[in-house]
Design a protein around this ligand. Sequence first.
Ligand code: ADP
Length: 448
Amino acid sequence: MFSKILIANRGEIAVRIIRTCREMGIATVAVHSEADENALHVRMADESVCVGPAQANKSYLNIPALMAAAELTDAEAIHPGFGFLSENARFAEIVTKLGFTFIGPSAEHITLMGDKVSALDFARKAGLPCNVGSAGTLAKAEEALEAAEKVGYPVIIKAASGGGGKGMKVAHGPQALRQAFNVAVSEAKSNFGDERVYLEKYMDKARHIEVQVFGDTHGNLAVLGERDCTLQRRHQKVVEETPSSALTEEERTKLFATVKKALAGMGYVGAGTLEFLYQDGQFSFMEMNTRLQVEHTVTEEVLGLDLVAEQIRVAAGEKLSPALTSAKPVGHSIQCRINAEDPATFVPCAGQVENYYAPSGPGVRVDSALFPGAAVPPYYDAMVAKLVVWAPTRQQAIARARRALDEFVITGIKTNIPLHKKLLATKAFATGDYHIHSLEQFIKEGRF
Ligand code: ADP
C-alpha cells in the first residue's frame, strides 16, 4: 500500500480524498493555487505545495508543476479527483512514466473513452444499446443533413471531445441543422481544440441513467448499481439519486448484465461510469467517464462502501474487496449539488462565506470545503458542497433531504439551496414523473 498520495485537485473532492487517506493511514499532499492558499484541503492535508497562480491552466492543470510537487514530497501515487486532469490520458501517461502510480484507469482506456466517437464505436461493437445517429464524425453540413434524414428530426450535434454539457446543438429541421452544424463545429474547436462533431437522435423525454463499474488489475469487474441523474440544467446534473424510480428490477438486472458482458475482458481498472439515456423502454449509451463521478456518494450510501478507498486499493494492485463484490444496495440516497450561484439567474457567485452551518443528524452527509470565512474564488467550478442523504425509502429520503436543506446555512455568497428546496417540494419529484428537460421547463414556467 502507498504511504503518501498527492491529490491533484481542490475543493470538496480533495477534502473527500484526504479523509479516506487518513482513515487508511496514508499521508497526503495537497496542491493549491495562489487563490487557494487558505483552502480547507490545504489545511487538512499533511503537506501542501503551491503549484501556481489562480488560473487553473497555470496551477491545477500545470502538469510540470504537479509532477515537481510529487517529486519534492516523495508522494508515490496521484489521485486526480474529477474535472481538471482526471480524464487527461497524457497526464496519466506522464505520471506512470515518471514512476508514480496514477489512481485511475490506463491512459489507453482514458483515450478510448475520452473520444465520444471511439467510445460509441466500442459500445456498438461490445453490444451496448446505442442511439441511432451518424456512423462517425461529420466533415460537412451536407453529411449532417444526410445523416439527419436517415435518423429523423429532431437531432442533436455533439462534439467528439465534448464534456461538461458543452457543445451540444439541437436542430428540428434541415435549415436549423445547417446553422447548428457550423456553430457546433466552431464551438467544438474553441472549447475543446477539436472540431470533430457527430449527430444522433434528440430525445425529448429521456431519463439519464448511469451505471457504476469497478475493475481491478486481476481482471475482476463489478457492477455497482445505477444512478438517476435526470434533473439537469444546461445538461449539467443538479440532483442525483439511487436507485432510479424509473426502472423495474427486470430492466435493471438486464442493463447490468449487458454492461458486464460489454466490458468483460477489457481489463478496465478503477472506477468508471457508463452513461445512458433511457426513453420508451430503451437505453442508449452516451459515454463512459473514466474517473470518480461527483455523484459517487449516493452509490456509497446505499452500498456502505468507500469508493475512494477501493480506487486506492486497486491502484496499489489489490483485488476488489469482498465488501465491494458482495455489496447489495439498501435503501435510497439522494444528492443535491450546492452551487455558489444566484438562485434566480444562475450566474456564478464568488465571494467569502460568512456564516456556515452544515446540516447533520441521521442519514445526512455533507461533502464540502466551506467554513466560516472560506474564500470562494471565481476561477473554478461553482459547486461548493454536496448534500447527500440516505433513508430506507425514497419518500423518507426526500423528507430527509428537505429537512436538511432547511437546516443548511451559507451566508456571504449566494447558493442554489432555494432552488433545491422548491424542486424537492414538487409533485413531479415526489412521483418521479420527470425527464431530462423537466427542470429547465419548470424554470421557464417561472416555478422556481
Ligand atoms: P457531457 O459529456 O458534456 O456531459 P453527455 O453526452 O454526457 O455530455 O450528455 C449530457 C446530457 O446531455 C445528458 O444527460 C442529456 O441530458 C443531454 N443529452 C445528451 N445526448 C442527448 C440526446 N441524444 N437527446 C437529448 N439530450 C441529450
